[in-house]
Design a binder for this molecule. Sequence first.
Ligand SMILES: Cc1ncc(COP(=O)(O)O)c(C=O)c1O
Length: 400
Amino acid sequence: MDAAAPAPAERTSLRSALERELRSIDDSGLRRFLRCIESAQDTSVRIDGRDYLLFCSNNYLGLANHPEVVAAAREAVEQYGASAVSSRLVSGHMRAHQHLEDRIAGWKGTEAALAFSTGYQANIGVITSLVGRGDLVVSDELNHASIIDGCRLARAQTAVYRHCDVEQLERILTAAGNAQRVLVVTESVFSMDGDHAPLANIAAVARHYGAWIMVDEAHAAGVFGPGGAGLVAQLGLHDGVDIHMGTLGKALGSFGAYVAGSRVLIDQLINRARSFIFTTGLPPAAAAAAEAAIDVCSREPERARGLLARAAELGARLRSAGLNVPHVDSQILPIIIGQVRPTVDTAEALLGRGIYVAAIRPPTVAEGTSRLRLSLMATHSRKQIDAVAQALIETAGSLV
Ligand SMILES: Cc1ncc(COP(=O)(O)O)c(C=O)c1O
């Protein structure tokens, strides 16, 4: 026995170890709690029997409650049942998945697409299937946790560049001499900041150095580009990107994620992505709902246009009242407060006024950049937006 190891009787029990850890999370104001929504996730939601205006949902286009999307889910439940019940490679690949993947490939203009059960799994699956030891992943410092975890699991070397800093990205690529494969990965619209990656420059630099490019469009899919096909499509960079990833559980109002690209990419993922292979397939109702949502986005581009116009107006109004709201062109408006306590207190004060906006703290965002992450929905009325603007100016305004 190792002399340095504690005797079994000296080991802390699970309960007391976790209680101590949670106390320290509490002390730093970072304890997280679940808040239970008792209604559909619309512009107003019911919590503990009270109605709140909802300004932190990713239901950007209101499609989670759209009659066509809901009907598609209902019909798929009737036809295929409640679950795929098995992994896609066993008996869990159903007609609903095939239809969705064909629809996504057409929408994205790629040879093929593959649906994953979540965006988290998609990012992990892609990165671990494409790179490993001896390879390099180059990642924006604000990329989502699922990208960070994908890099960790892949065991490739990871180099992180400052947010949107293409010059630093290029310096890293210049020095990447020994790496066999190099993968550059970025979000297109950043989840907590709402800003855009300089995709044209990233694509040009990556191409120059023979790197592969992966773009996570979780917050752009449905909102940007023709028919909601994403920011890459809006910028006409389709051929500059190798791996198009996006989620179905945000603007598309459903659940799950997709990866779109060449046929060989999709075949590689089917054969190598452990987070695709060793998990139950997306529920068929989620696949059918996502497909219906893509139809709505393609047919009604005015939803996304109106959403972005109202977000721009609200951002300008909050800035002119002195709030720290960066200039971004998206439905996500970060209101930077800085320290944890005042951020949480402001979110609580807003709740007291019947408005639900989430406080975002470390480790989701960097120390000193805690914020309210306001997200608009295409279905918010002018009156609701006026109400949130007024409440924010009166609560967060006192902090600036
Ligand atoms: C940029 C980004 N990528 C991936 C994900 C993960 O997607 P999912 O919620 O489907 O797991 C999210 C958010 O959840 C995200 O914001």
